[in-house]
Structures are given as structure tokens and as C-alpha cells.
Design a protein around this ligand. Sequence first.
Ligand code: NAP
Length: 250
Amino acid sequence: MNDSNNSLIGKTALVTGAARRLGRATALALARAGADVVVHYHTGAAEVQTVADEITALGRRAWTIPADLRDASQAESLMDQALQKSGAVDILINNASIFPSDSVLDLSPETLADAVAIHATAPLILSRRLAAQGRPGAIVNFLDSRVEDYDPTHASYHLSKRMLLALTRMLAVELAPRIAVNAVAPGLILPPDGQDDSYLRNLAHTNPLQRYGNSRDITDAVLFLLRSEFVTGQVIFVDGGRHLKGKTHG
Ligand SMILES: NC(=O)c1ccc[n+]([C@@H]2O[C@H](COP(=O)([O-])OP(=O)(O)OC[C@H]3O[C@@H](n4cnc5c(N)ncnc54)[C@H](OP(=O)(O)O)[C@@H]3O)[C@@H](O)[C@H]2O)c1
């Protein structure tokens, strides 16, 4: 889908949950690579205009659209509005996420339903709508370093990210040959809300490279996937090798 110098110039990307944190970093990295960006947000109304302004300052077009992705009809409407504003969407980044603390024994059906809606149903709806345009494209889903082993203290999150892993591989087959579908699986990158970098430092020993990453490590992987014309259905673990240890705890 790319021109000879692997630029994203002329492409439009929709990034979910892009008002803050890794979504914001990804939206800006795509803009730096030449893409116009539809910046989706939920509660980040105060932050999202700054992201749009930064994209515009890079010489790219930006549009902001709110949607609560727990609601399937809002996911449908998000793509409708993105297409109305931009004309076409070439790249979809399914980044939006919730990270509730729960276990298999105490999770509530409501929290599980929210996690599935945000991590699996909305990505499915948005991906189908991207494909329905009938043009070439690329999708990158945001998973988690622990997606293939176990995260006992975030059970709703883990179950729903596992759905997104399965969906990544299913869509890679179903949407080929026009659309490549891949994923990144971040490890220790940003501390959870309310924690600082000491959270990352304290856990750095849990991965083989004994360090923690940063937003650039993630956006580099995303850009690699978007520029790779012969890669689909893959997951890049950006986690210092933590997934190789397959530990249940830690
Ligand atoms: N940070 C890490 O180190 C790390 C590690 C492993 C995996 N990941 C994965 O990488 C991705 C980005 O991580 P992150 O820490 O930057 O994510 P995050 O801050 O937990 O969430 C990203 C965005 O999701 C949006 N969101 C939450 N509930 C929503 C809803 N109901 N409807 C629509 N959007 C909603 C929020 O948008 P608003 O702010 O606008 O409400 C939020 O800013 C996630 O998929 C996460 O699972 C991250």
C-alpha cells in the first residue's frame, strides 16, 4: 500500500484512544510519517485538540471524533464520521483500551462485556467498515505482552485481548489480499494511571533485557508493520522478551 520510499503521505489513519499516552504518540508518529489522522477520543476532550494542533503543525490534516466504544452503534458511527470528514481511511489503529483490576473468580459480567466491546467488538466493526471501502489498507491492533500466557489480576482485560489476538489472525485471512492485519504487544512501556516511572523500574527485572521501553519503541513497530507489504497476521512483542518467560505471575 506504500510508495517506494515507504512514506505514508496521502494516507489517512484512524487511531482510537488517541488523546493521550500511546494512542497520542502513535497519531503523532503517523503524522510525522506523512499521514493525515482522524483522532478518536472518549473522555479526553481537553487533550484531543492539542493532539490535533500538533498534527496540523506537522503539515497534516487532523479531525477529532468522540465515541464511547462500549457501544457498538458508536463504533459504527465513528467510522461513518471518519469517512465523512476525511473522504477515505487507509489505516486503522485499534489502540483504545481499559485496564480493570479483576480476577476470573471476581470479575463482573458488566466489566467483561465492556472490555470485550472495546478490545474486540469495536475493532471488528471498525475493521469491517475499513474493508467495505474496497481499497487497500492496513490495520494494527494493540495487544499486550502477556496475551499468550496469563494475567491473573486483569482477567477481563486478558480475556478480551485474547479475542483481539484471535481477531487479528482471523481478519488477516478474511481481509487479504487488500488489507494487512497485524498487532503490536507492548510490555513495560508506560506506567498505569496513578503510577510513576518507579513502577517500570521495579518491574524491569521481569524481562530478559532487564529494561523498560518507551513510546518510540511502540511507534517504530507500528510504522514497521505499516510499511511491510509482505507481512500479515503477525504480532510484534515490544517487551524486552518478557513473553518468552511465560510466567504466570510477575
Ligand atoms: N501502556 C503500556 O505500557 C501498555 C502495556 C501493554 C499493553 N498496552 C496496550 O497499548 C494500548 C495503549 O496503552 P495506553 O496505556 O496508552 O492505553 P490507555 O491509556 O489505558 O487507554 C487508551 C485510551 O483508550 C480510550 N478509552 C477508554 N475507554 C474507552 C471507551 N469506553 N470508549 C472509547 N475509548 C476509550 C481512552 O480515551 P480517553 O482518554 O479519550 O477517554 C484512553 O485514552 C492499549 O491497547 C493497551 O492495552 C499498553
